[in-house]
Design a protein around this ligand. Structure first.
Ligand code: ATP
Ligand code: MG
Ligand code: MG
Length: 282
């Protein structure tokens, strides 16, 4: 196959996103597999996308965490192939996993949620907001390790208002209300998206759907979601409370940081199953 940067031999395509294509490749110098994310051809002359792509590689490369995909290298070939070289993850996306199993067990949901929270927490500590947390951007290996990918629209936490005009926006199903409004975004926006992912893991479905991204976005702003236990009666109250606190529309009622969320998840993991059941109405 084609060789990029004199060392990355492109093998098969392993992923297809809105902005890029992802290939398995072999680094012939280090003799190891890598993943190479190549900016889609239609965007190679688009300054906005090139800037985004650079920002993505720099955001991810500035982080070093077991639950965040490592970035090894970036490159430009023939003045028109922009690429990012990453750690190759052998596994499935969380989206595929949820679909296959039609929702995950409480234990799987809890373990995966804690790993994602660890990854996001590390990004936040380093001043980076992911902004595109969704199951397509989370990989799970065969032995259950979790890796967050795609810092494609990540931003420095200090940046001001972000509007979504002229950009490929993340999937509306995981948008926080403030993101849907094009308003000010901070760490709590990632917490909301993670809450939607947790909701989907435990119920097999996202809380808000609709005919168009706009419809879905409006629902995130206006509509109260069904409780997870109304969809899956085996969802424990303790876990439900945690999920609902992540997806509070009012940012002041949401978990204010990942540490708080992790504390509750750990607490639930230790005591959740033995928690006293709420009394039945007599
Ligand atoms: P989006 O439309 O979500 O913005 P994108 O164009 O930014 O997508 P990615 O999400 O980074 O692209 O990658 C697309 C897909 O490629 C992922 O959903 C995943 O299936 C696969 N993939 C990405 N990175 C890796 C990796 N490091 N190892 C293995 N597979 C990967
Ligand atoms: Mg993606
Ligand atoms: Mg992306």
């Amino acid at each position: 196959g084609k060789v990029l940067g004199n060392r990355y031999e492109i093998l098969e395509k392993i992923g297809d996103g809105g902005m890029a294509l992802v290939y398995k490749a072999k680094c012939t110098l280090l003799n190891r597999y890598v993943a190479v994310k190549i900016l889609r051809e239609e965007f190679v002359n688009d300054e906005e996308f090139i800037t985004k792509f650079k920002r993505e590689s720099q955001a991810a490369a500035s982080l070093s965490h077991p639950n965040i995909v490592s970035v090894y290298d970036v490159g430009l070939e023939d003045k028109n192939i922009h690429y990012i070289v990453m750690e190759y993850i052998k596994g499935k996306t969380l989206k595929e996993l949820i679909k296959e199993k039609n929702g995950l067990s409480i234990e799987e949901t809890l373990n995966i949620s804690m790993d994602i929270a660890d990854a996001i927490g590390n990004a936040h500590e380093n001043g980076i907001i992911h902004r595109d947390i969704k199951p397509h951007n989370i990989m799970v290996t065969e032995d259950g390790r979790v890796k967050v990918t795609d810092f494609g629209i990540a931003r420095a936490a200090t940046s001001t208002t972000i509007t979504n005009t002229n950009s490929i926006i993340g999937s509306a199903h995981y948008f926080s209300p403030e993101q849907a409004r094009g308003g000010y975004i901070d760490e709590k926006s990632d917490i909301y998206s993670l809450g939607i992912v947790m909701y989907e893991m435990i119920t097999g479905t996202v809380p808000f759907e609709g005919e168009s991204p706009i419809t879905v976005a409006i629902r995130h702003i206006q509509e109260q979601p069904k409780l997870p236990s109304e969809i899956n009666s085996s969802v424990p109250k303790g876990l439900e409370k945690i999920i609902m606190k992540c997806i509070e529309k009012d940012q002041t009622l949401r978990y204010s940081n990942i540490k708080e969320l992790l504390r509750d998840l750990k607490e639930f993991k230790i005591h959740g199953d033995t928690q006293v059941k709420e009394p039945y109405n007599s």
